[in-house]
Design a protein around this ligand. Sequence first.
Ligand code: AMP
Ligand code: GLY
Length: 425
Amino acid sequence: MKILVVGSGGREHALGWKLAQSPRVTGVYIAPGNGGTALQERLYNVDITDLNALADFAEQKNIAFTVVGPEAPLAAGIVNLFRSRSLKIFGPTREATRLESSKNFAKTLMKCYGIPTAEYKTFSDADLAHSYIQEKGAPIVIKADGLASGKGVIVAQTINEAHCAIEMMLSENKLGSAGACVIIEEYLHGEEASFIVMVDGKHVLALASSQDHKRLLDGDQGPNTGGMGAYSQAPIITPQLHTRVMHEIILPTVRAMEQEGIHYTGFLYAGLMIDPQGNPKTLEFNCRMGDPETQSIMARLKSDFASIIEHALTGTLDATTQPEWDQRTAVGVVLAAHQYPYSPRKGDYIYSIPAQTETLIIFHAGTAIVNGKLVTSGGRVLCVVGLANSVREAQLIAYEAINSIQFDGMQYRRDIGYRALHSGN
Ligand code: AMP
Ligand code: GLY
């Protein structure tokens, strides 16, 4: 069977790489893909991004099912469109994607159904928002309601920063309609983790846990990015905490959506904050897999991913056996382009990428092949994943491989996995 993966990042490379290993899969088309997917065996880039053209392609190529990587096509209704044309696709509908595309929707749902999350209030009037900030003090978190390409969350350490965020979103409309309504929420202390599951409308299958590193610089300093590296398993998600997250957050959210008349299908990613006492709260929902979490999660998945998705598509996730995971830890380090995350430079030649081995996998993101040469074409360029029995060894494998890779302006963090190391793994 043939499968279509929509997207062009490291996440989509990892999804395609894993799906192509299924014995029944003859080819995975990636639309539009990147320089790495173009070179990978049994992956084929398709230069299409228009949703109707993607549906035409799936029909013509007799695609068994489509998997969607990023949120934008989901929010634009790719699942609604494919379903209306009887094409199989794994992802949430436009309506279900509101869990990610409207923070106000997600917060209201969590509040109504008692799902743990930070205390908050929603504002569209700047004066009222400023008074609320004065009343609450700092630190405090300001979030644009809509999708804002990673620019919509400001963790304000001072009252002044918080007022500036309100000015930027509500008075100057710098984020357009995405920032016309803002959530002001309580600052939560603790450690973050990514909890990603698959949902078939009713049943839920949890994937391995992971932890992302969102800041650009070592020690979680510098600006927020899409993610500079991730590892899986996240030791903070103990079996007990896993059970709590399923029963207090994931299952109640799927049931709440059902009560609101929305059958949730697709990946569901809960960004969690675990407080020092070990209690989880939901920071946000994403309606997709994480990037770069997917690269570390897929590196550890031993089961046939295509079969799991087929179960999800037929509403029988409860009938699948639990996925089998490589017991090793995967540490994925992102290599980013010069000037990322502000205005990443494109077109730098990339040299000497090591071959895949039993302990090393390199996923491409912002890469392209121009005149037969591999060049940078986006902010996050590669994700180098090391696999080993300890976090320390997995780090060493990834960083040793990075030593041989070169492109001008390459930036990366030297401490991916440091939290897991501190927890003794
Ligand atoms: P979000 O897109 O809502 O996950 O926010 C992006 C990042 O901002 C998160 O990964 C956290 O690091 C941080 N963040 C969001 N909400 C809060 C909060 N209530 N307290 C502390 N940090 C937060
Ligand atoms: N790694 C964070 C995200 O995918 O949203």
